[in-house]
Design a protein around this ligand. Structure first.
Ligand code: GLN
Length: 498
């Protein structure tokens, strides 16, 4: 293996250690990534924009800071950023024709913090348009493939970030999760994906989809690296009104090696028998592995979780219809001229948005309109509270809740033409999002899908009470260390067969 191959397979902690010790310069790393990336990503399609100049500038700055005696937690670590987060001077598209050529005038807080910790920005990753989707197929700009089977989707909406980390084209990546968009693609791409408690990571500079749910979080190949990335980006930010103003507890020092003394809830309503015998067996094994690490398994009930999807598909479109009103041809991105301003709005929005975004704007506008507001939007808010209360009751009996992260492994392109079939992918993640809880997906095995030939990864979702990131990452590390499922699959694919 060459030094550059090692760079792509190494973890964040190892890279930062060698750069902090000045065994390798950040400038060297930036150069190796710059040379290798375009070719490595040609068939996979994880990135929409590469930022080699910016990466080089940051590398120089990191080397200067280390020469001046600083130690940086992510020194020289190459990172990928989902393309709904602003990076000053760089195209930020949201996977949409609307913003295809829009240049961000400022940098998102989470991105800025990651770079200040020494990370090097490789580029911006593909996503479902405005983060609406579960496969990346709603991107208006590029197709991203699953590194474990090029005929399959990487998941979504943060599919580019998950594929980049899974295919070893980035050490870490940032994604955003509204209803599952970090956890589901992480499960599909054999990586760890972590959605923190709502409010832990600033949303400043994250282009809004559904503001009461959106949360930024990291992708990594190990729980430890996810914890390092989270520690760098978390914490109060006065620029985000929903940012949690509380001391931030670091997590990277909370990693455990067993689960003794912990109670893990298995949700009665989340049985896996319907998912097919192979998947059912994989999750039964995952729960048994948690018990073997010392956890006590307890059955918990979430009787209102079954209303999660219906609730989410009122609240998220309602918020999206309001948030996306700003894309009207006046200030941001695309403008299609018309005879008057009304026609300009219409033509711009008709040309700029894809079908799924239009569907959500229509549903959301309907749910918020007078006469329907109480019947739909207010009702959904009440259901949301009931779901959050269910979780509170469940967490009186357990410390963590375990479930599948997604309803199936990665599926083939065009397999889910019915929108509801796509929405069902997030059955297990959406209730957790509605309750604002921290949750992650960690690799927990693989199955060969009925219509496939290669083993495809599965993810175990672990969810924790509000603000329990230390507990959650600590426990996930113990499970990962004992099972090492991510390493059992064949090496990921980065090029089409010749
Ligand atoms: N798949 C869900 C949706 O389409 C969740 C997306 C997300 O978390 N951004 O809304």
């Amino acid at each position: 293996m060459s030094a550059d191959d090692l760079l792509f397979t190494s973890g964040a902690r190892a890279i930062a250690r060698s750069v902090n010790r000045r065994e390798r310069s950040a400038a060297d790393i930036a150069e190796a990534v710059r040379v290798a990336l375009p070719e490595r990503d040609r068939d996979l399609g994880a990135y929409l924009t590469l930022t080699p100049d910016l990466m080089r500038q940051h590398a120089r700055r990191v080397d200067e800071r280390i020469a001046a005696g600083e130690t940086l937690p992510l020194a020289g670590v190459p990172v990928a950023i989902k393309d709904n987060m602003c990076l000053r001077g760089t195209r930020t598209t949201c996977g949409s024709k609307m913003l295809e050529n829009w240049i961000a005038p400022y940098t998102a807080t989470a991105v800025g913090r990651l770079l200040a910790a020494g990370a090097l920005p490789i580029g911006k990753t593909n996503m479902d348009e405005f983060a609406m989707g579960s496969s990346c197929e709603n991107s208006a700009l590029r197709t991203t493939r699953n590194p474990y089977d090029f005929d399959r989707v990487p998941g979504g909406s943060s599919g580019g970030s998950a594929a980049a980390v899974g295919a070893e084209l980035a050490t870490l990546a940032l994604g955003s999760d509204t209803g599952g968009s970090i956890r589901e693609p992480a499960a599909f791409c054999n990586v760890v994906g972590f959605k923190p408690t709502y409010g832990r990571v600033s949303r400043y500079g994250l282009i809004a989809f559904a503001s009461s749910l959106d949360q930024i979080g990291p992708f990594a190949r190990t729980v430890e690296d996810a914890a390092l990335a989270y520690d760098a980006i978390a914490g109060y930010d006065p620029l985000d009104a929903t940012s949690l103003n509380a001391p931030n507890e670091p997590t990277a020092d909370a990693l455990r090696t067993d689960l003794r003394g912990m109670r893990v809830g298995i949700v009665k309503e989340f049985g896996t028998a319907d998912l097919g015998p192979a998947i059912h067996a994989a999750y039964a094994q995952a729960y048994a592995d948690l018990a073997a690490l010392g956890a006590e398994l307890v059955e918990v009930e979430l009787p209102t979780a079954k209303y999660g999807l219906a609730t989410y598909y009122l609240i998220a479109p309602a918020e999206c219809s309001s948030n996306l009103a700003r894309f009207d041809g006046v200030r941001y991105g695309l403008r299609v001229d018309g005879a008057d301003v009304g026609e300009m709005y219409e033509k711009t929005r008709a040309a700029g948005f894809g079908d799924e975004v239009k569907r959500r704007i229509l549903i959301g506008t309907y749910a918020l309109s007078s006469g329907y507001y109480d019947a739909y939007y207010v009702k959904a808010q009440k259901a949301r509270t009931a779901i959050a209360d269910d979780f509170k009751r469940a967490f009186a009996r357990c410390d963590l809740i375990a479930s599948p992260a997604a309803s199936t492994p990665a599926f083939t392109f065009n397999a889910k033409s019915d929108p509801v079939a796509m929405y069902l992918m997030d059955y297990y993640t959406i209730p957790v999002s509605l309750a604002g809880l921290p949750a992650l997906s960690v690799p927990c095995g693989a199955v060969v899908p009925e219509d496939g030939t290669r083993p495809m990864p599965l993810g175990l979702q672990l969810a924790a009470p509000l603000f329990s990131e230390r507990l959650l990452l600590g426990a996930a590390h113990a499970y990962e260390r004992a099972t090492q499922h991510a390493l059992k699959l064949p090496r990921p694919q980065i090029a089409k067969a010749p």
